[in-house]
Write a protein that binds this ligand. Structure first.
Ligand code: SF4
Ligand code: MG
Length: 331
């Protein structure tokens, strides 16, 4: 089990101190998919980088605990952390160019991951690498295994990267928009593969996405993030059937067709506030269609609103007088 408690991350930026993540909590069980959802800039990717202790140079974890099967991870040395990264917790980044070595054949990179994290060696590791390339949908894997990354298309590089992460047989996988760049057929194949690995080996998947159709098809638990905080946390079925936070409701109302790929998250009016601001009240208030008078002054806490459902909204904890003009301006 992977458990994060009260994670806070700041970034030093020209505009000032950015509170990129402000009190994040989540629990990921083995065999389960936990989807982290939100517009870009809400802190999803930063959460992933913090978990892997791979924050950019201007980033800092200022509070929080990360436990992996009961063991605290943020306190580990960098050398110990290298043992965790890849083997225990794998990661698929948004941008494949950053994690493939351009001067090494793709097969050698996958074999390296297999030899570092499993008992297979030599010809067996190579056969396994070919098998992984096949499973992620690379055509003619026996031939492609000896290509250099520059010979592959962007989508193929993305798949090689996924193969490399899976080849290390991690217990947990953090996947940041793993299929966004891929075409629909390949996306479906990769998501199916992740589900199979979940069944076969109890892989725990932290899926970072802005695609609610992918969430609906994959996730057991959903956390919706807004401006560096979780605003709603629930089992996926409840999230879709009975969203509680006004932001969640607006997002789901704006979904043109839940079965359609790439269902846009940005379809609601307004933009995410810049995170160097000091917030006094609810961060969502400027965009909220249910905002009340005290929402601008009182910061809501994440609290239980149903037996297995949490939301960060004063409608549930401190209901009050509605604003006269309830609907926010459209863009
Ligand atoms: Fe809307 Fe107020 Fe709830 Fe914030 S606290 S989401 S402004 S109703
Ligand atoms: Mg991102």
């Amino acid at each position: 089990m992977l458990h994060i408690d009260d994670l806070k991350v700041t970034l030093d930026a020209d505009a000032g101190l950015v509170r990129a993540i402000d009190g994040m909590q989540l629990t990921l069980q083995r065999g389960e998919t936990f989807a982290l959802v939100g517009e870009s800039g809400c802190g999803k990717s930063m959460t992933a980088l913090a978990l892997m202790r791979l924050l950019p140079d201007n980033g800092r974890i200022t509070a929080g605990r990360l436990e992996l099967d009961g063991r605290e991870v943020f306190g580990l040395s960098e050398a110990q952390m290298r043992g965790v990264r890849g083997g225990r917790i794998g990661m698929i980044f948004q941008e494949p160019a950053t994690s493939l070595n351009p001067v090494m054949r793709v097969g050698a990179q996958i074999v390296e991951a297999i030899e570092a994290h499993t008992a297979l060696r030599g010809a067996q590791a190579r056969a396994k690498a070919i098998d992984w390339l096949r499973r992620v949908g690379i055509p003619e894997p026996e031939r492609r295994i000896d290509e250099y990354p520059f010979r592959l298309s962007g989508g193929q590089k993305q798949r090689v990267m996924i193969a490399m992460a899976l080849a290390a047989e991690p217990d947990f996988l953090i996947a940041d928009e793993p299929t966004t760049a891929l075409d629909v057929t390949i996306q479906a194949q990769i998501l199916q593969l992740l589900k199979e690995l979940q069944r076969e080996r109890g892989l725990g998947l932290l899926l970072i996405t802005h695609d609610l159709a992918v969430v609906a098809g994959m996730a057991h638990q959903v956390a919706l993030m807004y401006a560096g905080q979780i605003v709603e946390l629930a089992p996926a079925t409840e999230f879709f059937a009975a969203p509680k936070h006004p932001y969640a409701r607006l997002l789901l109302q704006a979904l043109p067709d839940a079965g359609k790929r790439g269902a846009a998250l940005a379809a609601i009016a307004g933009t995410v506030p810049p995170l160097w601001l000091q917030f006094e009240g609810c961060r969502f208030a400027p965009r909220c269609d249910r905002a009340m008078r005290h929402c601008a002054a009182q910061p809501p806490q994440l609290s239980q609103v149903a037996p297995t459902h949490e939301a960060r909204c004063l409608l549930y904890s401190a209901p009050g007088e509605a604003l006269p003009a309830a609907a926010p301006a459209r863009p």
